[in-house]
Design a protein around this ligand. Structure first.
Ligand code: FAD
Length: 405
């Protein structure tokens, strides 16, 4: 009898713990809407507890922020509050002010969980905010087993690890948006979560400055969210040939991806975003930013190499012996461990061998089609449909047979 009493007691404790699950979702927004990746973070909050009390934190400035707040307020029945941090300092994804904001909101709200999506913004922000709160973040969560037990990939996605968060502070986690379908359960028209302005008097002048964002305008869907992705590898052999893939993508309304080898070989069009953050405590001359911003597109390693080559020149001209730069480079077309993680409905790989670093970025795709002339290429081990053929013949036929969109 004592035993069953104890079990009853444990059940009671477990139940009361569940009741105290409350989550802060750090949401990103664009064009007045919460981004799908952040709706995936909401879905993860729901997976933690069905009765989770979720606050959504949105930051930035201008009318688009407030429109996005309205969107968040009616995005899901679990949303109990939308917190709006309206400041120019938060208009760009600079980790320093955002981490300060997150620390302050967490300290006031005492949430049991803080969730961000594993976007470049989330990856930049979460560890910094976790350090300020003195907790260890759990990154790249792909499934929630219990409120503090999660599944996350290790070894470039070759193994899945189940981890338990045992820390005393909030459980700060980033989730892979491709593993959680965006929360879509609509709220009833009468139930809209209240919107509260966050007090930002604590925000101090940060050490980094937003310089600019260079990106190419394209009508194609974003690689991370596109339902169809057409990817080319070194088998395409040239930038000229890569245009064939773009024609196919145009016809299918697909996003274009590439392997790192194809990016490094320069086959892929100039479609990179460089976010350049300059620590101005080192008084870097404006020419520094111009030189770095005008570096040609290249892989991360090449870019860092070029920065290293520039350093002696920069040091001479800035009058300081040390220049510290922090750059975030997002190479939009690269799929894989060091590129984008995608999980579209259809992934078509042409001339891609299927190295593990590439598979790490696309193996969760719903249907994978691979065209490779080598029957032993590892890509066929993950492909649902594999065609051992010359990719140029296949592309030629596809382009002839698929009608214009
Ligand atoms: P290859 O391996 O050279 O394969 C080309 C394929 O094309 C071959 O299988 C060949 O049979 C086929 N082919 C050639 N001609 C034809 C034809 N006419 N018709 C049909 N098929 C043809 N790679 C990534 O992609 N993403 C990453 O994020 C990434 N991160 C990395 C991180 C690290 C730390 C390291 C070390 C490597 C990383 N790589 C990454 C590189 C990765 O290891 C591979 O080198 C790369 O993915 C190979 O690209 P590929 O398949 O285009 O080229």
């Amino acid at each position: 009898r004592r035993g069953s009493g104890c079990r009853g007691g444990l059940r009671l404790i477990a139940h009361s713990l569940r009741r105290f699950v409350s989550t802060l979702v750090v949401a990103e927004h664009e064009g007045g809407f919460v981004k799908p990746s952040s709706l995936s973070a909401l879905a993860a909050a729901e997976a933690i507890a069905k009765d989770n009390k979720v606050s959504v934190l949105l930051g930035g400035s201008g009318p688009a922020l407030h429109k996005a707040a309205d969107h968040a307020a009616c995005s899901h029945p679990l949303v109990s509050e939308v917190l709006v941090a309206d400041s120019e300092a938060l208009a760009h994804p600079l980790a320093e002010p955002w981490a300060e904001l997150l620390r302050s909101v967490q300290q006031k709200g005492g949430y049991s969980h803080v969730i961000a999506s594993s976007t470049s913004f989330g990856k930049n922000l979460l560890p910094r905010a976790a350090a300020l709160l003195d907790v260890s973040p759990v990154t790249d969560v792909t499934a929630v087993k219990e409120p503090h037990v999660f599944v996350r990939p290790i070894y470039a996605g070759n193994a899945l690890c189940t981890v338990k968060y045992t820390g005393e502070g909030p459980c700060m986690m980033s989730i892979r948006s491709t593993s959680f379908s965006p929360a879509t359960e609509a709220m009833s028209e009468t139930k809209v979560a209240p919107i509260t302005q966050v007090d930002l008097s604590f925000l101090s002048e940060g050490k980094s400055t937003w310089v600019n964002l260079t990106s190419q305008d394209t009508e194609r869907p974003d690689l991370a969210n596109a339902p169809v992705v057409v990817t080319g590898g070194r088998g395409l052999k040239s930038a000229e040939n890569f245009k064939l893939l773009e024609q196919l993508a145009e016809k299918l309304g697909a996003a274009v991806g590439a392997t790192r080898a194809a990016v490094d070989a320069g086959y892929v069009p100039n479609d990179l975003q460089v976010r350049l953050l300059v620590y101005h405590e080192f008084c870097i001359m404006p020419c520094t930013a111009v030189i770095l911003a005008s570096l040609p597109p290249c892989s991360t390693s090449h870019l860092l190499l070029q920065v290293h080559c520039c350093l002696p020149f920069l040091n001479n001209h800035s009058g300081h012996s040390l220049v510290v730069l922090f750059m975030q480079c997002v190479f939009r077309p690269q799929v894989g461990q060091t590129g984008k993680i995608v999980a579209p409905d259809l992934y078509m790989a042409f001339g891609v061998s299927g190295a593990i670093q590439h598979l790490a970025g696309m193996r969760d795709s719903k249907v994978i089609v691979a065209v490779n002339k080598d029957a032993d290429a590892p890509i066929f081990q993950v492909a649902d449909y594999g065609l051992v053929a010359d990719l140029f013949e296949v592309l030629d036929e596809l382009l002839k047979k698929i009608p214009e969109k």
